[in-house]
Each structure stands twice: as C-alpha cells, then as structure tokens.
Design a binder for this molecule. Structure first.
Ligand code: HEM
Length: 396
C-alpha cells in the first residue's frame, strides 16, 4: 500500500487505535507468532497493539521495505529496540539516522566485508570442531551451548572481548535480551554492568592495543575525527548485544528444524554444498530477529490507517518474510528456495552490518555439526525461538 506522510501535527492523541491486534514479538508470544502474521496479513496488515507503550505493526513485505527506505518519516530514534535493551543511551549505529549514520557505517563496514569475514573461516571451523569434541557423547546432547559458544568465541576473539568472560557474557545477554520484557530492572542492571565492563576494556585496549576490532577502532584515523570514548562505548554495547545471541538463535533453530526433518537432514549430509541455501531459508522462515521499531516523524497514512507523528511503528521482518505476494507457499520451509529475497537482516540504511559474518558462522556450524552427527532427532519438545536447551538424540 502507498505510504503517505505529511507535516508533523504534534503528539499523537491517546486512545484506542484501529484496527487493533494484541500483537507481541517477544517471549512466549513467539510460540504462535506465525499464526498471528497470517491473521494480521489477511485482516489488518497495519494494526495497533497496546503493549510496550503502544505501537503500530506493519506486516506486508512492500510496506516494510518502503518504511525501511523512508528514514525521513520512520526514524530510528529514540531506539529501534522495543522495549529497550536496558539503556537510554543510543546504540551506535542502530539508533542513529542518516546523515549522521553514514560516518559510523563508513568506520565499521571495512571490518565486516565478505573478504574480511572469509579470513575467519578456518578459525570458525576449528572452534566448531573443539566445541563438538566437548559435547558430551551421550545418546542425547544439548546443542544449545554449541550454538551459543561458536559465535561468542569467533566474534569475541575478532572484536577483542576476553573469552575468559564468556560465561558472564551469556548471563548479561540473557538479562538484556530475554528478561527485559518481564522485568526491565533486570536489563537495566545488566546494561550498567556491561557499560562498566566495556569502559575498562576500552581503557585497557588504549594502553595495550591488540590485533582486534576494538583496538583498531581506537587507533584508526577516521574521516570526521577519531571516535571518542562515549561513541566507542555505544558501539561496543551494540556489537555485544547484536553479534552473539542473534547468530546463536539462527544456529539453534536450524538444528531444531533439521532434527524434525530427517529427509532434509539427509540431503544436507549427502551434499553440504546445499547448506548455504538452507541457511537462507531458515533465516527467512525462522529468523531470530522478528521485528525492529521506528518512530514516526510525520503523520503518516498507510492504506486507510492513519498514524500520528511520535507513534512507534514495528517493522515485522518475520511477517514480511512470509508475505504470500512475494514468497510462494511462505509457510513451508523449502531448503532449496530460490530466489529468496528475505529481509531477515533488514534492507534499508541500517541493514545488518554483521550479515556476512552471521551467514558464515551458521553455515560452518551446520556443516561441522552434520559432519559429526549425520543423523539426529529432537529428544524433547523445545520452542523454535531463543537460545535455550535443545536436546538432540544422535542416531547411529
Ligand atoms: C543471524 C544473525 C543476525 C540477524 C538475524 C541480524 C539481524 C539484524 C537486523 C534485523 C538489523 C536491523 C536492520 C534494520 O532495522 O534495517 C541488524 C542490525 C545490525 N546488526 Fe545484525 N543480525 C545478525 C547478526 C549480527 C552479527 C553477527 C553482528 C556482528 C557484527 C551484527 C551486527 C549488526 C549491527 C552493527 C547492526 C546495526 C547496523 C546499523 O544500524 O547500521 N548482526 N541486524
């Protein structure tokens, strides 16, 4: 539907907005989120939910993409994260609109190019092998530590996060990403600890530089001047919350799906060159990041739904990825789907900086896991989402 925006008309009016749908994209609500998308896309492609202070949700592929490209109307301030990751500081670059965004993207992009990420492949494979060695060789293994530790170790080493603290990282991520929707104070307390941690780490890397991203960011002579301590801190916080749990969720859900689809698992085991296309399909259909928020700068109309300046709008990437106007049989997982123009990494000015890394980590994680365990099945029911226990029974 065409998006029409006008001049700001001040703060929005309080009251019930129509159409309404009690949409949520966190916690247990994720159990049934795909059913919700089907209803919303059919009955109310733009709808209002009262949760988290109230927000509109956009569910069609065309509208999500249009909003992603229209940052004059759909601002990322005060934050793309709803509810917040326990902080009122801007996450850099996530919460910065163009044109200021350009400087940060120019600084960060060189660290995440496909060529640069290819250099991490041998180490990624080595770490995967070590983690698989450590998995208890019982009939039933919990694959969740494998899914969590692989990105933590690969990305942590690359960025310069001390791996001795990996256990603490998991606890902070749990508090910030997962506990925040039940109790915001847990996320705030963890966020304070993470900022303190990175303050110390940045000071250490300033005095004793290493061969990691944090040291390189501190040393480089960037266009527009060096990054100051506050900017460094906000970048580190974002990399920390964006780079670990997302990819862990992607690895875990791929294993979760394959554990229930022996025919697909057999295909990938017989021909690992099929894995990258399967990874794209898991990202499309079962993405760990289902939605991100924006705030309207202008009164805006989509179809016959009138939204007001100042209101939050959630771009439901997960719904866009299941839009029947774009994807044939969108509710089926087809591991050879092609083309697959999903928006699991976003599509506009803020398109995920870590997508090259995430794709390689998921591909290698699957290749190595399947090489070690060519046949496995789910040993206990487990939700598709999150990074929790995934009990897998390995088969002879
Ligand atoms: C499967 C794993 C991942 C998924 C599904 C994912 C998804 C996303 C999404 C949806 C966005 C916002 C896009 C938008 O609003 O337009 C984003 C932004 C971002 N992601 Fe990822 N991400 C993943 C992994 C990573 C990793 C490993 C990193 C590590 C570097 C990372 C770093 C970032 C950064 C820095 C941004 C902000 C970019 C900006 O604001 O300009 N992500 N990601």
């Amino acid at each position: 539907m065409p998006i029409q925006s006008g001049e700001p008309e001040g703060a929005s009016t309080v009251g019930t907005r129509h159409p309404s749908f009690d949409f949520d994209f966190h916690g247990a609500a994720l159990d049934t989120i795909f059913d919700d998308y089907e209803v919303m896309q059919r009955d109310c492609p733009v709808s209002w939910s009262d949760r988290y202070g109230g927000f509109w949700t956009i569910t069609s592929y065309a509208d999500v993409c249009a909003a992603e490209h229209d940052w004059d109307t759909f601002s990322v301030g005060p934050s793309m994260i709803l509810p917040s990751f326990g902080t009122d500081r801007p996450l850099i670059p996530l919460d910065i609109d163009p044109p200021a965004l350009t400087r940060f993207r120019q600084i960060l992009l060189p660290f995440f190019t496909p060529q640069r990420m290819d250099t991490l492949l041998p180490r990624t494979r080595e770490i995967a092998g070590q983690l698989l060695d450590d998995l208890a060789y019982g009939e039933v293994v919990d694959a969740s530590p494998y899914a969590r530790l692989l990105p933590a170790m690969v990305f942590g080493e690359y960025c310069g996060f001390p791996m001795a603290d990996a256990g603490q990282f998991d606890r902070w991520v749990d508090d910030i990403v997962f506990a925040r929707t039940d109790d915001e104070s847990i996320a705030r307390s963890a966020a304070d600890d993470v900022y303190d941690y990175f303050r110390s780490l940045i000071a250490l890397r300033r005095s004793e530089p290493g061969s990691d991203v944090i040291s390189a960011l501190l040393e480089a002579d960037h266009a527009g001047g060096p990054l100051d301590d506050d900017e460094m801190l906000d970048i580190c916080y974002l990399l920390f919350v964006a780079g670990l749990e997302t990819t862990a969720g992607a690895i875990r859900v791929a294993l979760w799906h394959l554990a229930q689809h022996p025919d697909e698992l057999a295909l990938l085991a017989a021909d690992p060159s099929l894995i990258p296309a399967a990874t794209e399909e898991f990202l499309r259909a079962l993405s760990p990041v289902q939605a991100m928020a924006r705030t309207l700068r202008l009164d805006t109309r989509i179809g016959d739904v009138q939204m007001r300046a100042g209101e939050r709008v959630v771009l439901a990437f997960g719904a866009a990825n299941r839009d029947p106007d774009v994807f044939e049989c969108p509710y089926d997982v087809r591991i050879d789907r092609s083309p697959n123009p999903h928006v699991a990494f976003g599509i506009g000015a803020h398109r995920c900086l870590g997508s090259n890394l995430a794709r390689r980590e998921v591909n290698v994680a699957l290749e190595e896991f399947i090489r070690r365990f060519p046949r496995f099945e789910l040993a206990e029911p487990a939700p598709w989402h999150g990074v929790g226990r995934l009990a897998i029974r390995t088969l002879p």
